[in-house]
Write a protein that binds this ligand. Sequence first.
Ligand code: SF4
Length: 410
Amino acid sequence: MAAAIEARSDVKGWCPGVLRPMQSGDGLIVRVRPRVGAFSLDEARALADLAGRLGNGHIDLTRRANLQIRGVEADALCELQAALGQLGLVDRDAETEAVRNVMVAPLAAAGSDVRRIAMAVEALLASDRRLLDLPTKFGLSIDEGGPVSIASERADICLRAVGDEFAVGLDGREGMRWLGTCAPDAALNVVSTAMHAFLDCAPHRRLRDLPGADLARVQAAVSPLLSKLPSFETIGGRVLGLVQNAVGIAAPFGRLEATQLCRLADLATMADARELHLSPWRTIYVTVRDAAAGRALLDGAEAIGLIVRDDDPVLRIEACPGAPDCTSSSVDARGDARRLAGLASAKGFTGSLHVSGCAKGCARSAPSDLVLVGDGGRYHLIRHATTRGPAERSVDADDLASVFPENAYG
Ligand code: SF4
């Protein structure tokens, strides 16, 4: 299998894959896309083994519900690609892999309409060669509603179960616009029509970037296929702990170690689970036998350093890998973020926090209440802005407590 290695972390709009990994400060990043949103427990154990043997043992969960093996040396890449190919996790070519961006409701049951449609959409992306022209950031989400709905996560095309039908939404500058509903068996044709109409307009941009007239053309192509939209809500989001017949478990800053992933798969086996479902919140969901099995799984996950409660202060902090993983950084962003989590709790700070190794701000593009941006071994302190906002002052990494003024949050 040919190994195409690219050092393109500076290129906006490009994502790594198995067949086209990305160079980073700690070696190659190999992004593995699960099939239909989940890895079997055997796949998860194999991924953990490969990350430990052929990578540096660090695994990232991504905001598009994928998994990244880090620290792969160039001479280990072919072995890794071959092993992932044997697991069925490698696409025909790098182009096919790059467009397989489908997020799936993490609690959707095997055999459900959500998973059937996701499987059909992935097959379509692999078989319709024109769809290889889709931009690699173009993505879909297929949601079933409920307490961990992913419908409010941004995707170009969203299908959302509403009763026996699926609501169809297209992303635009103002956010998701829901156009109507279709029967489950019609969903694939609707998705295909929308993607082809998008390619007819502007093949190299996302739906939200289209000028109004082009977006209206895409909507006009899809709307005749849809029925009237009933009212529905798109609330939902990350829930940790027991939820319905499953558990939600997060990794601090989205980083798992290979040993943790292996242990998590073993714990899931004991709960009679079959798969680990990935989500856009860098949280893994596991369907379990019953509540007692779920509680045992949560206890085991917490014991190995994973997050199982929604009020864990680490969840309020976003942090990129920083140094030494990323060569753009002069600071240990995640190590400092962990210390900040403790300090924020002690000081009563309840706002959002973003620690970034440099101004690129990979971990979060939206504003945060408090932002620390690494530069020359120190941090610029920014408030209520993104990493590009104006700095209030500079702070040493060993003086992070000073970013929380005394008595300010009491
Ligand atoms: S934000 Fe973090 S991960 Fe992104 S380039 Fe800068 S240091 Fe690297």
